[in-house]
Each structure stands twice: as structure tokens, then as C-alpha cells.
Write a protein that binds this ligand. Structure first.
Ligand code: DX5
Ligand code: ZN
Length: 220
């Protein structure tokens, strides 16, 4: 498993998104949090911004849809050029159809689980997904405290993934920083979203390097 770092632009300056994307050339992905005021109590950005960002950076976009009715909207994020599109199981009404549609449009398909959502019921869907996103805070806002209570679920998810061939990436999102990333990596995560820990740092490039080094250390 290779460590991947996905800085969340939720913690960046929204008035300077192109510059903020360019500020982390060593990132594997740019994590784009789409919120709709319904699935979560916050509103961020949507398709037009994703389309603009797609043209402004060569870093692949990792779109995390925290919205109602992802079955309707997710394919459009794939069409807009996102490299990865993640929908929440708590919101999707036809997750298999939607995940297949995302893949058929050439993007990686992700399935996200809130902290209190168990992973076991989704074992049979592992063949339909490229990434499981295990939220390590309640979704909606950056800068929240990491929930250690999710760590056992990360371990169980890693065991399930290994049983199914090991191809599915396990992403963690929320409160991931130099202190908590090691615990996530040790438990089995391999893709790490970090908002405040990257964009709140005085040197975002060094922050990405530090996170990658800490995760790699914990994994080996
Ligand atoms: C929260 C978002 C996260 C958020 C993480 O709902 O999904 O991606 O940006 O921010 P930090 O890393 O600051 O917790
Ligand atoms: Zn996110």
C-alpha cells in the first residue's frame, strides 16, 4: 500500500483556489468537499467550481459529495473531470447503480461512511468501489477533533478489503494531522485527507511531506 495525501481545499482560501492548488504540488490528490446545506449543515461549492478547478490544476480532484440525492449528481462530477467521486451510503438510494455510473464515466468510485455507520453491511459492495472513505469526524466542517472511536472500524475495513483482494483504498477524513495520521495508517488507512493540517501550516509543502513520512513510518 502506498501512502497518498489528499489536502482538503475546504481549509484553503476560496478566493484563491488556483494558487492554493498550486501550493501543494507534492499532493497526490486535491480533496474537494461538496456540501449542500441538507446532508450536512454547511454549504460549499458545486459543479462550476469543480469544472474551473479542473482547468486550473493538473492534480487529480478527489470529490467528496456530502449532499442529498448523490445518485442524481455524482455522475456529473465524473463528467466534469474529477478523478475520484465519493458518495455517502447514508444519502444514496441506488448506490450500486451510481457507483457503476461513476466508473463508466472514467472516474474512481468512492463510498463514504459516517463515523457511526458500520462497514460490515457493505462487504458485498467492495467489488463496486475503488475507495472506502471512513469519516473520522461528523461531516460538515473542517478543523474538528479526530474521533478515535473510528479506529476499530478502520481495522475491520482493512481486514474485509484484504479478504477481497486488497485493491480498495481506505481513505480517512477529518482531524487527520501529524499526531493522528500514524494511528490511522497503523489501523489500515492508505489515503489521508488533511485540511487544516496542510492549509493551516505556514509551509503546506512541508506539511504534506511530514504527513506522508509519518504515515509511511506507521505503516512499515
Ligand atoms: C469534513 C470534510 C473534510 C474536512 C477535513 O466534513 O469532509 O474533508 O475538510 O478538514 P480537517 O482536516 O481540518 O479536519
Ligand atoms: Zn471531505
Amino acid at each position: 500500500m502506498a501512502v497518498q495525501i489528499s489536502p482538503s481545499i475546504l481549509a484553503a482560501d476560496f478566493a484563491r483556489l488556483a494558487d492554493e492548488a498550486a501550493a501543494v504540488p507534492n499532493a497526490d490528490w486535491l480533496h474537494v468537499d461538496v456540501m449542500d446545506y441538507h446532508f450536512v449543515p454547511n454549504l460549499t461549492l458545486g459543479l462550476p467550481v469543480v469544472e474551473a478547478l479542473r482547468k486550473a490544476t493538473s492534480t487529480p480532484l478527489d470529490c467528496h459529495l456530502m449532499i442529498e440525492d448523490p445518485d442524481r449528481w455524482a455522475p456529473q462530477y465524473a463528467e466534469a473531470g474529477a478523478g475520484s467521486v465519493t458518495i455517502h451510503v447514508e444519502a444514496a438510494k441506488a448506490p450500486i447503480r451510481t457507483l457503476r455510473e461513476i466508473r463508466s464515466l472514467g472516474a474512481r468510485a468512492g463510498l463514504a461512511l459516517n463515523p457511526a455507520t458500520p462497514v460490515e453491511p457493505y462487504e458485498d459492495l467492495l467489488g463496486e468501489v475503488d475507495m472506502l472513505l471512513l469519516m473520522t469526524v461528523e461531516p460538515g466542517f473542517g478543523g474538528q477533533k479526530f474521533l478515535d472511536v473510528v479506529l476499530p472500524k478502520i481495522r475491520r475495513a482493512r481486514a474485509l478489503v484484504q479478504r477481497h483482494g486488497g485493491a480498495v483504498w481506505i481513505q480517512v477524513d477529518g482531524g487527520v494531522d501529524a499526531d493522528t495520521i500514524g494511528r490511522c495508517a497503523e489501523a489500515g488507512a492508505d489515503v489521508f485527507v488533511a485540511g487544516s493540517a496542510v492549509y493551516g501550516a505556514s509551509d503546506p509543502v512541508a506539511a504534506v511531506d511530514r504527513l506522508r513520512a509519518a504515515a509511511t513510518r506507521a505503516m512499515t
